[in-house]
Design a protein around this ligand. Structure first.
Ligand code: BV8
Length: 243
């Protein structure tokens, strides 16, 4: 674990998470053999063009995932909990940037958190741009609670070809951090997959925690492979031993 020789307790940490951190909570990943994109074409359900073509199909896709997320069996796992421990006990800043649209980081207790791809339990109105919390199903028939117009409601999720949220704040944090950690992401999707290069060029030490080497594995100074519920708590324990 060379990372422990690279850091001091006042250092700032940026953590990128992907679907792999939620896998052991029971949520599907995207590109594993049994993943989401093996069952549905992302062009049909995760692009503005797909929504334009067939909004009912896209609503069904996110309604099914929202219902799945709200099932009692789906709970944060020890990897989410370890990141809360780190945020609470590391003297320097800890920022989580998640690609995930589930709310397991929040439910575990994380506070300094950015959902760069949006949130499954929020929707927004294309007419008035208001964002609402939403736990039920959504359809083209729903009326915006704010502007009362119909037909404009969509999941508050960033689709392919759309600008991820809070990119300026993310790039600022990447440029200032001393440690960049990537957890449970395959490194397929940009701009998230480019964050390791941003952090490295700003002088950060970079570590990948993943079940297996990601597409960007060679860009990391250090890789630790294994299931998130094992490698993340161990990683946090070693970090907090420095604090
Ligand atoms: C953008 C929606 C401009 C919500 C998602 C042509 C036109 C336009 C854009 C592009 C283009 N060509 C390329 C692009 C860029 C495009 C892109 O990257 N495409 C890819 C497919 C090539 N990106 C975009 O369009 C983005 N916007 O570029 O705007 C811009 C550019 C720069 C700066 C600003 C703006 C928008 C991307 C967002 C798309 N929306 N989701 C939803 O439905 O969820 S992305 C989708 O993939 C998911 O949301 C997820 O967040 C994301 C990444 O997936 P991962 O989280 O990595 O999941 P995956 O299954 O792939 O991997 C899981 C990993 O976990 C694996 O490595 C596995 O080994 C590991 N694992 C499994 N089990 C465990 C585990 N690890 C630990 N423990 C375990 N137990």
């Amino acid at each position: 674990m060379q990372f422990t020789t690279q850091l001091k307790p006042t250092d700032s940490i940026v953590i990128l998470t992907g679907a792999g951190i939620s896998k052991e909570s029971g949520l599907d990943t995207f590109r594993c053999a049994d993943g989401i994109w093996a069952k549905v074409d992302l062009e049909d359900v995760a692009t503005p063009e797909g929504f334009q073509r067939n909004p009912a199909l896209v609503h069904q896709f996110y309604n099914d995932r929202r219902r799945g997320l709200l099932a009692p069996a789906i709970q944060p796992n020890p990897a989410h909990a370890a990141l809360v421990e780190l945020e609470r006990n590391w003297p320097g800043e800890v920022l989580i940037v998640t690609q995930n649209i589930d709310d397991l980081h929040e439910r575990a207790g994380s506070q300094n958190l950015i959902h760069m791809h949006g949130e499954l339990r929020k929707v927004f109105c294309a007419h008035c741009r208001t964002v609402e919390h939403w736990n039920g199903d959504l359809s083209v028939h729903d009326i915006c609670p704010t502007c009362t117009r119909k037909g404009g409601m969509r999941p508050d999720v960033v689709w392919f070809g759309e600008m991820p949220y809070q990119m300026e704040r993310i790039y600022r944090a990447l440029g200032a951090c001393d440690l960049f950690v990537s957890i449970g992401t395959s490194g397929n999707v940009y701009p998230a997959a480019g964050f390791v290069a941003e952090a490295r060029s700003a002088g950060a030490y970079t570590v990948e925690l993943n079940l297996e080497p990601s597409l960007g594995a060679t860009q990391f100074a250090e890789s630790i492979h294994g299931p998130a519920t094992e490698v993340v708590p161990a990683f946090v324990k070693d970090l907090l031993a420095l604090a």
